[in-house]
Design a protein around this ligand. Sequence first.
Ligand SMILES: [Zn+2]
Length: 192
Amino acid sequence: MVREILVWPHPLLKQKARPVENVDDETRALIKDLFESMYAADGVGLAAPQVGVLKNVIVLDTTPRQPESHAVAMVNPEILTLDGKTVYKEGCLSVPGEAEDVERATAVTVRYLDEQGEQQTLAAEGLLAIAIQHETDHLRGVMFVDYISSLKRELIRKRMKKMQAAMAEDKADAEADAKTKGQGTERRRAEA
Ligand SMILES: [Zn+2]
């Protein structure tokens, strides 16, 4: 099921997520939803808090831009090592249409539980390494906008508010249209 992705500065995006105690069917259902929501939004990563679930679960798929990588779901991911430095223009599905330079490590090793609850360790570089750092940040309530200047962050905040106001207005218009159409149908019926 594709879930709604929360838009920053939604308060849930600033909360710390909790570790998953058992990787069970509920966890696997959440992973499936995260993958579906990420693909529907054309993203390379998604963290559970972005769909309002405060659990330490992330999904990643950087294969479109890094064919040697593979799609992966991580439960309770923990970054063990960070090496090198790189600057990458990052975006986020919770901050649609925005991208800013963020400094990250070039390579990471991460330990996590897979969908069967088995412990795994992965060494990643390039976009996958950046995405792992970005998604694990979400689990502690940190967003890429927290790394940029406060001036840029405030401009993005204004654009997000404006975008959400426009979306709310569109929704209200659509609802009003549906209501008018409904009344029209009734009137026509009464006339017939
Ligand atoms: Zn993000």
